[in-house]
Design a protein around this ligand. Structure first.
Ligand code: NAD
Length: 382
Protein backbone atom coordinates (compact mmCIF):
# COMPACT_ATOMS: atom_id res chain seq x y z
CA UNK A 1 0.00 0.00 0.00
CA UNK A 2 1.52 3.30 -1.10
CA UNK A 3 1.69 6.27 1.22
CA UNK A 4 -0.58 9.03 -0.10
CA UNK A 5 0.79 12.54 -0.36
CA UNK A 6 -1.87 15.22 -0.69
CA UNK A 7 -0.74 17.87 -3.15
CA UNK A 8 -1.70 21.52 -3.68
CA UNK A 9 -0.61 22.90 -7.05
CA UNK A 10 -0.46 26.70 -6.88
CA UNK A 11 -0.72 28.21 -10.37
CA UNK A 12 -2.70 26.72 -13.25
CA UNK A 13 -0.69 28.00 -16.21
CA UNK A 14 2.09 26.36 -18.25
CA UNK A 15 3.96 24.89 -15.29
CA UNK A 16 0.75 24.09 -13.42
CA UNK A 17 -0.01 21.74 -16.31
CA UNK A 18 3.44 20.13 -16.58
CA UNK A 19 3.60 19.52 -12.82
CA UNK A 20 0.03 18.23 -12.58
CA UNK A 21 0.70 15.88 -15.49
CA UNK A 22 3.75 14.59 -13.59
CA UNK A 23 1.74 14.04 -10.40
CA UNK A 24 -0.77 12.04 -12.41
CA UNK A 25 1.82 9.89 -14.20
CA UNK A 26 4.59 9.26 -11.70
CA UNK A 27 3.10 6.30 -9.82
CA UNK A 28 2.28 4.53 -13.08
CA UNK A 29 5.85 4.61 -14.34
CA UNK A 30 8.03 4.73 -11.20
CA UNK A 31 7.91 2.30 -8.34
CA UNK A 32 8.10 4.75 -5.45
CA UNK A 33 6.34 4.07 -2.18
CA UNK A 34 4.63 7.47 -2.18
CA UNK A 35 1.74 8.39 -4.42
CA UNK A 36 0.67 12.01 -5.03
CA UNK A 37 -3.04 12.73 -4.63
CA UNK A 38 -4.31 15.82 -6.47
CA UNK A 39 -6.13 17.62 -3.67
CA UNK A 40 -6.39 21.29 -4.62
CA UNK A 41 -5.50 23.47 -7.61
CA UNK A 42 -5.09 27.16 -6.90
CA UNK A 43 -5.04 30.24 -9.17
CA UNK A 44 -5.80 33.95 -8.74
CA UNK A 45 -9.23 33.38 -10.19
CA UNK A 46 -11.36 30.83 -8.27
CA UNK A 47 -13.46 29.88 -11.32
CA UNK A 48 -10.36 29.24 -13.39
CA UNK A 49 -8.89 27.18 -10.56
CA UNK A 50 -12.09 25.14 -10.35
CA UNK A 51 -12.16 24.56 -14.12
CA UNK A 52 -8.51 23.42 -13.97
CA UNK A 53 -9.29 21.20 -10.97
CA UNK A 54 -12.19 19.57 -12.82
CA UNK A 55 -10.20 19.01 -15.98
CA UNK A 56 -7.14 17.52 -14.30
CA UNK A 57 -8.85 15.55 -11.52
CA UNK A 58 -8.21 17.57 -8.34
CA UNK A 59 -10.68 17.23 -5.48
CA UNK A 60 -11.21 21.01 -5.45
CA UNK A 61 -10.12 24.41 -6.78
CA UNK A 62 -9.27 27.54 -4.80
CA UNK A 63 -8.67 31.21 -5.48
CA UNK A 64 -6.91 31.77 -2.15
CA UNK A 65 -3.41 30.31 -1.71
CA UNK A 66 -3.19 31.42 1.94
CA UNK A 67 -6.25 29.34 2.81
CA UNK A 68 -4.57 26.37 1.07
CA UNK A 69 -1.37 26.77 3.14
CA UNK A 70 -3.45 26.72 6.31
CA UNK A 71 -5.06 23.37 5.52
CA UNK A 72 -3.88 20.48 7.70
CA UNK A 73 -4.57 17.89 5.02
CA UNK A 74 -2.06 19.28 2.46
CA UNK A 75 1.37 17.58 2.58
CA UNK A 76 3.14 19.00 -0.48
CA UNK A 77 2.85 22.50 -1.95
CA UNK A 78 3.86 22.74 -5.61
CA UNK A 79 4.59 26.38 -6.50
CA UNK A 80 4.01 27.17 -10.21
CA UNK A 81 3.43 30.94 -10.12
CA UNK A 82 5.41 33.98 -11.35
CA UNK A 83 8.79 34.54 -9.69
CA UNK A 84 7.75 37.44 -7.42
CA UNK A 85 5.42 35.08 -5.51
CA UNK A 86 7.86 32.22 -4.90
CA UNK A 87 9.35 33.56 -1.66
CA UNK A 88 6.13 34.53 0.09
CA UNK A 89 4.44 31.26 -0.79
CA UNK A 90 7.44 29.03 -0.05
CA UNK A 91 8.11 30.66 3.32
CA UNK A 92 4.43 30.32 4.27
CA UNK A 93 4.45 26.69 3.16
CA UNK A 94 7.62 25.95 5.16
CA UNK A 95 6.19 27.61 8.27
CA UNK A 96 3.09 25.44 7.85
CA UNK A 97 5.35 22.36 7.72
CA UNK A 98 4.64 21.49 4.07
CA UNK A 99 7.05 19.85 1.67
CA UNK A 100 7.78 22.16 -1.25
CA UNK A 101 8.43 21.80 -4.95
CA UNK A 102 9.11 25.30 -6.29
CA UNK A 103 9.52 26.47 -9.85
CA UNK A 104 12.71 28.21 -10.93
CA UNK A 105 14.32 30.67 -10.54
CA UNK A 106 14.32 30.21 -6.78
CA UNK A 107 13.67 33.89 -6.04
CA UNK A 108 13.71 37.46 -7.30
CA UNK A 109 17.20 38.03 -5.85
CA UNK A 110 19.80 36.51 -3.54
CA UNK A 111 18.46 38.14 -0.36
CA UNK A 112 15.01 36.66 -0.97
CA UNK A 113 16.56 33.30 -1.85
CA UNK A 114 18.49 33.24 1.43
CA UNK A 115 15.25 33.77 3.39
CA UNK A 116 13.68 30.85 1.53
CA UNK A 117 16.65 28.59 2.30
CA UNK A 118 16.51 29.62 5.97
CA UNK A 119 12.77 28.89 6.09
CA UNK A 120 12.94 25.37 4.65
CA UNK A 121 16.04 24.44 6.65
CA UNK A 122 14.56 25.78 9.90
CA UNK A 123 11.32 23.89 9.29
CA UNK A 124 13.20 20.77 8.15
CA UNK A 125 10.84 20.26 5.21
CA UNK A 126 11.72 18.44 1.99
CA UNK A 127 12.41 20.94 -0.80
CA UNK A 128 13.27 20.88 -4.49
CA UNK A 129 13.55 23.53 -7.21
CA UNK A 130 12.30 22.65 -10.67
CA UNK A 131 15.40 22.79 -12.84
CA UNK A 132 13.90 19.96 -14.85
CA UNK A 133 16.42 19.85 -17.74
CA UNK A 134 18.84 17.95 -15.48
CA UNK A 135 16.40 15.08 -15.77
CA UNK A 136 16.26 14.80 -19.53
CA UNK A 137 17.94 11.37 -19.99
CA UNK A 138 20.55 12.64 -22.49
CA UNK A 139 21.49 15.51 -20.13
CA UNK A 140 21.75 13.11 -17.18
CA UNK A 141 23.87 10.78 -19.33
CA UNK A 142 26.21 13.69 -20.10
CA UNK A 143 26.66 14.24 -16.35
CA UNK A 144 27.37 10.52 -15.84
CA UNK A 145 30.01 10.46 -18.60
CA UNK A 146 31.74 13.50 -17.06
CA UNK A 147 31.64 11.93 -13.57
CA UNK A 148 33.12 8.70 -14.96
CA UNK A 149 36.06 10.77 -16.24
CA UNK A 150 35.38 9.85 -19.88
CA UNK A 151 35.98 13.40 -21.08
CA UNK A 152 39.12 13.82 -18.97
CA UNK A 153 39.97 17.32 -17.84
CA UNK A 154 37.27 19.79 -18.91
CA UNK A 155 38.48 22.84 -20.82
CA UNK A 156 35.31 24.51 -22.09
CA UNK A 157 31.61 24.66 -21.22
CA UNK A 158 29.37 26.63 -23.56
CA UNK A 159 25.61 26.94 -23.50
CA UNK A 160 22.96 28.90 -25.35
CA UNK A 161 19.24 29.35 -24.82
CA UNK A 162 17.72 31.18 -27.78
CA UNK A 163 14.14 32.30 -28.40
CA UNK A 164 12.47 34.87 -30.67
CA UNK A 165 9.02 35.52 -29.18
CA UNK A 166 9.45 39.09 -27.87
CA UNK A 167 10.81 40.80 -30.99
CA UNK A 168 7.47 42.48 -31.73
CA UNK A 169 7.00 45.77 -29.86
CA UNK A 170 3.32 44.80 -29.54
CA UNK A 171 4.05 42.07 -26.96
CA UNK A 172 2.89 43.55 -23.63
CA UNK A 173 4.55 43.27 -20.26
CA UNK A 174 2.49 41.83 -17.40
CA UNK A 175 -0.31 39.24 -17.63
CA UNK A 176 -0.31 35.49 -18.16
CA UNK A 177 3.00 34.30 -19.64
CA UNK A 178 4.03 37.90 -20.50
CA UNK A 179 4.68 38.64 -16.80
CA UNK A 180 8.18 37.54 -17.87
CA UNK A 181 8.69 40.96 -19.47
CA UNK A 182 7.69 42.82 -16.29
CA UNK A 183 10.68 43.15 -13.96
CA UNK A 184 8.35 43.53 -10.95
CA UNK A 185 7.03 40.00 -11.55
CA UNK A 186 10.07 38.33 -13.11
CA UNK A 187 13.02 39.95 -11.32
CA UNK A 188 15.14 39.74 -14.46
CA UNK A 189 14.71 38.77 -18.08
CA UNK A 190 16.54 35.99 -19.90
CA UNK A 191 19.12 35.75 -17.10
CA UNK A 192 16.70 34.45 -14.46
CA UNK A 193 14.31 32.82 -16.91
CA UNK A 194 16.55 30.95 -19.35
CA UNK A 195 20.19 31.25 -18.28
CA UNK A 196 19.24 30.03 -14.80
CA UNK A 197 18.51 26.64 -16.43
CA UNK A 198 21.84 26.65 -18.27
CA UNK A 199 23.72 27.69 -15.10
CA UNK A 200 22.04 25.02 -12.96
CA UNK A 201 22.85 22.28 -15.49
CA UNK A 202 26.40 23.58 -16.00
CA UNK A 203 27.27 23.70 -12.29
CA UNK A 204 25.72 20.28 -11.75
CA UNK A 205 27.84 18.82 -14.55
CA UNK A 206 31.02 20.87 -14.27
CA UNK A 207 31.18 22.29 -10.73
CA UNK A 208 30.92 25.81 -9.28
CA UNK A 209 31.19 29.01 -11.31
CA UNK A 210 33.51 31.42 -9.48
CA UNK A 211 33.55 34.65 -11.57
CA UNK A 212 31.50 36.16 -14.39
CA UNK A 213 31.79 38.96 -16.93
CA UNK A 214 28.57 39.83 -18.73
CA UNK A 215 26.77 42.18 -21.07
CA UNK A 216 23.01 42.58 -21.34
CA UNK A 217 20.71 44.54 -23.62
CA UNK A 218 17.07 45.61 -23.55
CA UNK A 219 16.17 46.05 -27.22
CA UNK A 220 12.59 47.25 -26.71
CA UNK A 221 12.72 49.98 -24.07
CA UNK A 222 8.98 50.53 -23.47
CA UNK A 223 5.97 48.25 -23.62
CA UNK A 224 2.29 48.49 -22.72
CA UNK A 225 1.55 46.91 -19.34
CA UNK A 226 -1.28 44.37 -19.58
CA UNK A 227 -2.65 45.32 -16.13
CA UNK A 228 -2.63 49.12 -16.43
CA UNK A 229 -2.83 49.70 -20.20
CA UNK A 230 -0.03 52.26 -19.73
CA UNK A 231 3.18 52.29 -21.73
CA UNK A 232 5.96 51.73 -19.21
CA UNK A 233 9.77 51.35 -19.32
CA UNK A 234 10.96 47.75 -19.69
CA UNK A 235 13.20 46.72 -16.79
CA UNK A 236 14.28 43.26 -17.88
CA UNK A 237 17.26 42.06 -19.91
CA UNK A 238 16.15 40.91 -23.39
CA UNK A 239 19.54 39.36 -24.09
CA UNK A 240 22.54 38.38 -21.98
CA UNK A 241 25.95 37.03 -22.87
CA UNK A 242 28.55 36.13 -20.29
CA UNK A 243 31.95 34.54 -19.88
CA UNK A 244 32.85 32.81 -16.66
CA UNK A 245 35.44 30.74 -14.86
CA UNK A 246 34.64 27.42 -13.23
CA UNK A 247 36.40 26.30 -10.07
CA UNK A 248 37.92 23.33 -11.99
CA UNK A 249 39.82 25.71 -14.27
CA UNK A 250 37.54 25.44 -17.30
CA UNK A 251 36.16 28.45 -19.17
CA UNK A 252 32.44 29.08 -19.62
CA UNK A 253 30.63 30.91 -22.40
CA UNK A 254 26.85 31.45 -22.09
CA UNK A 255 24.31 33.30 -24.21
CA UNK A 256 20.57 33.81 -24.03
CA UNK A 257 18.21 36.04 -25.96
CA UNK A 258 14.58 36.31 -26.96
CA UNK A 259 15.66 38.07 -30.18
CA UNK A 260 17.22 35.19 -32.14
CA UNK A 261 14.81 35.09 -35.07
CA UNK A 262 13.96 31.52 -36.03
CA UNK A 263 14.64 29.98 -32.62
CA UNK A 264 11.77 28.94 -30.33
CA UNK A 265 13.56 27.21 -27.46
CA UNK A 266 17.05 26.41 -28.70
CA UNK A 267 18.81 25.28 -25.53
CA UNK A 268 22.15 23.73 -26.38
CA UNK A 269 25.34 22.93 -24.54
CA UNK A 270 28.76 21.66 -25.59
CA UNK A 271 31.50 20.48 -23.27
CA UNK A 272 35.07 20.01 -24.49
CA UNK A 273 37.38 17.74 -22.50
CA UNK A 274 40.89 16.42 -22.91
CA UNK A 275 39.73 13.09 -24.40
CA UNK A 276 36.24 13.77 -25.71
CA UNK A 277 33.50 16.33 -26.30
CA UNK A 278 29.76 16.10 -25.85
CA UNK A 279 26.94 18.29 -27.07
CA UNK A 280 23.18 18.36 -26.61
CA UNK A 281 20.27 20.21 -28.21
CA UNK A 282 16.80 20.56 -26.67
CA UNK A 283 15.25 20.40 -30.15
CA UNK A 284 16.55 16.81 -30.40
CA UNK A 285 16.47 16.14 -26.69
CA UNK A 286 16.74 12.34 -26.80
CA UNK A 287 20.12 12.49 -28.54
CA UNK A 288 23.57 13.11 -27.08
CA UNK A 289 26.41 13.79 -29.48
CA UNK A 290 29.82 12.41 -28.60
CA UNK A 291 33.25 12.75 -30.17
CA UNK A 292 36.13 10.72 -28.73
CA UNK A 293 39.71 11.42 -29.74
CA UNK A 294 40.68 7.92 -28.57
CA UNK A 295 38.68 6.32 -31.41
CA UNK A 296 40.68 4.88 -34.33
CA UNK A 297 41.59 7.75 -36.59
CA UNK A 298 39.72 6.49 -39.64
CA UNK A 299 36.39 6.41 -37.75
CA UNK A 300 37.01 9.36 -35.46
CA UNK A 301 34.21 11.96 -35.52
CA UNK A 302 30.93 12.98 -33.95
CA UNK A 303 28.47 10.20 -33.23
CA UNK A 304 24.86 10.66 -32.24
CA UNK A 305 23.70 8.47 -29.35
CA UNK A 306 19.96 7.77 -29.32
CA UNK A 307 19.45 7.84 -25.55
CA UNK A 308 16.61 5.32 -25.41
CA UNK A 309 18.17 2.06 -24.21
CA UNK A 310 15.99 0.54 -21.53
CA UNK A 311 18.32 -2.05 -20.03
CA UNK A 312 19.76 0.36 -17.47
CA UNK A 313 22.34 1.87 -19.89
CA UNK A 314 20.44 5.13 -20.25
CA UNK A 315 19.09 7.07 -17.26
CA UNK A 316 15.36 6.82 -16.54
CA UNK A 317 14.61 4.95 -19.80
CA UNK A 318 13.96 1.58 -18.15
CA UNK A 319 10.74 3.14 -16.79
CA UNK A 320 9.28 3.87 -20.23
CA UNK A 321 8.80 1.92 -23.44
CA UNK A 322 11.20 -0.31 -25.37
CA UNK A 323 14.65 0.61 -26.76
CA UNK A 324 14.47 3.03 -29.69
CA UNK A 325 11.25 4.74 -28.60
CA UNK A 326 11.82 8.21 -27.31
CA UNK A 327 10.22 10.36 -24.64
CA UNK A 328 10.08 14.17 -24.44
CA UNK A 329 9.87 17.36 -22.43
CA UNK A 330 6.93 16.39 -20.19
CA UNK A 331 8.74 13.33 -18.90
CA UNK A 332 11.57 15.42 -17.41
CA UNK A 333 9.00 16.65 -14.87
CA UNK A 334 7.93 13.06 -14.14
CA UNK A 335 11.59 12.13 -13.50
CA UNK A 336 12.02 15.15 -11.26
CA UNK A 337 8.99 14.16 -9.21
CA UNK A 338 10.00 10.50 -9.05
CA UNK A 339 13.43 11.49 -7.69
CA UNK A 340 11.85 13.89 -5.19
CA UNK A 341 9.34 11.33 -3.92
CA UNK A 342 12.08 8.70 -3.70
CA UNK A 343 14.21 11.07 -1.62
CA UNK A 344 11.25 11.90 0.65
CA UNK A 345 10.64 8.18 1.15
CA UNK A 346 14.28 7.65 2.13
CA UNK A 347 14.39 10.82 4.25
CA UNK A 348 17.22 12.21 2.10
CA UNK A 349 17.68 15.60 0.42
CA UNK A 350 16.99 15.90 -3.31
CA UNK A 351 19.01 18.15 -5.62
CA UNK A 352 18.62 20.92 -6.68
CA UNK A 353 17.44 21.86 -3.21
CA UNK A 354 16.64 25.46 -2.29
CA UNK A 355 20.26 25.75 -1.14
CA UNK A 356 21.58 24.44 -4.48
CA UNK A 357 19.30 26.83 -6.37
CA UNK A 358 20.55 29.73 -4.24
CA UNK A 359 23.99 29.19 -5.78
CA UNK A 360 22.46 29.55 -9.26
CA UNK A 361 20.71 32.71 -8.03
CA UNK A 362 24.11 34.06 -6.93
CA UNK A 363 25.58 33.44 -10.38
CA UNK A 364 22.59 35.21 -11.98
CA UNK A 365 23.12 38.13 -9.59
CA UNK A 366 26.85 38.29 -10.40
CA UNK A 367 26.02 38.24 -14.13
CA UNK A 368 23.55 41.13 -13.79
CA UNK A 369 25.91 43.10 -11.57
CA UNK A 370 28.76 42.57 -14.02
CA UNK A 371 26.63 43.79 -16.94
CA UNK A 372 25.45 46.84 -14.98
CA UNK A 373 28.96 47.79 -13.84
CA UNK A 374 30.93 46.55 -16.86
CA UNK A 375 33.44 44.51 -14.85
CA UNK A 376 34.23 40.97 -13.63
CA UNK A 377 32.23 39.96 -10.54
CA UNK A 378 33.11 37.17 -8.11
CA UNK A 379 30.40 34.66 -7.15
CA UNK A 380 30.37 34.16 -3.37
CA UNK A 381 30.70 30.52 -2.33
CA UNK A 382 28.51 30.89 0.78
N1 NAD B 1 11.02 24.61 -15.42
C1 NAD B 1 10.73 25.19 -16.57
O1 NAD B 1 11.19 24.79 -17.63
C2 NAD B 1 9.82 26.39 -16.58
C3 NAD B 1 9.14 26.74 -17.76
C4 NAD B 1 8.24 27.81 -17.68
C5 NAD B 1 8.06 28.51 -16.50
N2 NAD B 1 8.78 28.16 -15.39
C6 NAD B 1 8.58 28.87 -14.12
O2 NAD B 1 7.29 28.51 -13.61
C7 NAD B 1 6.68 29.61 -12.95
C8 NAD B 1 5.31 29.86 -13.58
O3 NAD B 1 5.46 30.11 -14.96
P1 NAD B 1 4.29 29.74 -16.01
O4 NAD B 1 4.95 29.72 -17.35
O5 NAD B 1 3.56 28.54 -15.58
O6 NAD B 1 3.36 31.04 -15.87
P2 NAD B 1 1.88 31.21 -16.38
O7 NAD B 1 1.69 32.67 -16.61
O8 NAD B 1 1.56 30.27 -17.49
O9 NAD B 1 0.99 30.74 -15.13
C9 NAD B 1 1.07 31.41 -13.92
C10 NAD B 1 -0.07 30.96 -13.02
O10 NAD B 1 0.13 31.53 -11.74
C11 NAD B 1 -1.16 31.88 -11.24
N3 NAD B 1 -1.04 32.91 -10.20
C12 NAD B 1 -0.55 34.16 -10.35
N4 NAD B 1 -0.68 34.83 -9.18
C13 NAD B 1 -1.25 33.96 -8.29
C14 NAD B 1 -1.66 34.06 -6.95
N5 NAD B 1 -1.48 35.19 -6.25
N6 NAD B 1 -2.25 32.98 -6.36
C15 NAD B 1 -2.42 31.84 -7.06
N7 NAD B 1 -2.06 31.69 -8.35
C16 NAD B 1 -1.49 32.75 -8.96
C17 NAD B 1 -1.93 32.35 -12.44
O11 NAD B 1 -3.31 32.25 -12.17
C18 NAD B 1 -1.45 31.34 -13.50
O12 NAD B 1 -2.29 30.21 -13.47
C19 NAD B 1 7.67 30.76 -13.08
O13 NAD B 1 8.43 30.86 -11.92
C20 NAD B 1 8.56 30.38 -14.25
O14 NAD B 1 9.86 30.92 -14.18
C21 NAD B 1 9.63 27.10 -15.41
Amino acid sequence: MKRKLKVAVIGCGFMGRTHTNAHRQVANFFDVGIEPVLEVACATDADRAQAFADKWGFTSGSGDWREVMGRDDIDLVDICVPNNLHAEMAIAAAEAGKMILCEKPLAMDVAEGRKMVDAVEKAGVANLVSFNYRRVPAVTLAKQLIDQGKLGKIFHYRAQFLQDWTISTEVPQGGTATWRLDSAAAGSGVTGDLLAHCIDTAMWQNGPITRANAMTETFVKERVHADTGETQPVGIDDACTFFCRFENGSLGNFESTRYARGHKAKYTFEINGEHASIRWDLHDLHRLEWSDHRDDEEVRGWRSIHVTDAGGEHPYMDHWWVPGLQIGYAESFVHQLADFLGAIEEGKPCSPSFRDALQTQKVCAAVLESAAEDRWVDVPAD
